[in-house]
Design a protein around this ligand. Structure first.
Ligand code: GAL
Length: 342
């Protein structure tokens, strides 16, 4: 952000506050710095709007980073101020004597309880722990207090009790995830389950801290994109329909995105095509979906958040944030824009 020395001071200050054309731009794939000049670490992240402020929660991938989840705040979606460690590494549980870590944290506000509720993929090296973590806070930036780790649906596929590793892997595993808060106040968690073979959608209880119980397949939760091996779910709503963008399962390597659509969160879901168009569209512009955010005051316009992972140097992973719009057939389209402001 730069002030212009030829402008009257009041205007220059106004511009510097991020209100005018002097504010920064989104440049996907470039290193992105916060307002204090530090690299932004909020990977696999999500956006939340509360009281007119945007909050960006995501993974801290600095080497030896102190945070499990960082939070940044902004009023224009471009200039981000570091708002603190939302969830510290120390607050995470241990399991089998080993530490856990966080991927893809997402936060929603529960109007009933007044709490901010964070869900995350809680993991251990080897990716077999595969559980959801839930944490609560009174403020959007936190600090969040870890509540519990769980698998919302335990589905053992009749593996015998003496097959612990098979069950550990296949019993309702919870990996890439997202939250979706519908306009009727009900919330859902979308996650890659069954060892990533099948996506689950599970309606949350009133406090948003676990599944609605009793869990009834087809009524409170559903298996969707069955045996399709999709992950990185990014759900959103447009004109009464539910949309979902997913990636394939190729680890840190990019692959083609896919669009899915339904009339209700629990489905049935229909798979459409690849929403990306233009150069590198077949690799989701070398990125992987993490979130789709409706731009306030701009019906039909969304902000697509993706991660361009760098497996050789994960702390140097970049962000790919692009405008998402609907074409005349009602399908979402994502096009590469090198530099823009939402
Ligand atoms: C990806 C996933 C990332 C991370 C990575 C680890 O498939 O989307 O969030 O888990 O695998 O290899």
């Amino acid at each position: 952000m730069q002030t212009n020395r030829f402008l009257p001071p009041v205007i220059a200050l106004w511009l510097a506050a991020g209100n005018g054309p002097a504010a920064g731009t989104i440049r996907s794939g470039e290193p992105w710095f916060d307002t204090s000049g530090q690299r932004i670490h909020a990977h696999g992240g999500g956006l939340l709007r509360h009281a007119g402020v945007f909050y960006w929660h995501g993974e801290d991938r600095t080497r030896g980073g102190a945070a499990a989840v960082n939070c940044y705040a902004s009023t224009n979606l471009v200039d981000w101020r570091f708002a603190g460690v939302a969830l510290s590494r120390e607050s995470l549980p241990r399991a089998d004597g080993q530490r856990t870590f966080v991927e893809r944290p997402k936060v929603i506000h529960n109007a009933r309880t007044g709490k901010f509720v964070m869900w995350m993929h809680l993991e251990q090296p080897g990716y077999h722990y595969a559980r959801a973590g839930v944490a609560l806070a009174d403020q959007p930036a936190g600090p969040f207090t870890f509540l519990h780790a769980l698998r919302p649906i335990t589905n053992d596929f009749n593996f015998p009790a003496d097959a612990p590793n098979r069950q550990k892997e296949l019993g309702g595993t919870f990996r890439d995830m997202n939250l979706f808060l519908d306009d009727d106040g009900r919330a859902y968690v979308f996650y890659a389950s069954e060892n990533n073979w099948t996506m689950y959608v599970v309606r949350l209880n009133e406090a948003f801290t676990g599944p609605e119980t009793p869990t009834l397949e087809g009524r409170t939760w559903a298996r969707i994109l069955v045996r399709d091996m999709r992950e990185a779910p990014a759900p959103f709503k447009h004109q009464g329909r539910y949309h979902l963008i997913t990636s394939g399962c190729t680890g840190w390597q990019p692959n083609p995105a896919r669009w899915h659509v339904a009339d209700a969160p629990l489905g049935p879901w229909r798979t459409g095509g690849d929403p990306c168009v233009g150069p590198e569209a077949g690799l989701t512009f070398r990125a992987q979906s993490t979130f789709v955010f409706p731009l306030p005051g701009k019906p039909g316009e969304f902000l697509f958040l993706g991660d361009r992972w760098n497996p050789q140097d994960l702390p140097d992973s970049r962000y790919v944030w692009l405008p998402l719009r609907f074409d005349t057939n009602g399908a979402p389209r994502l096009e590469w824009v090198a530099e823009w402001r939402p």
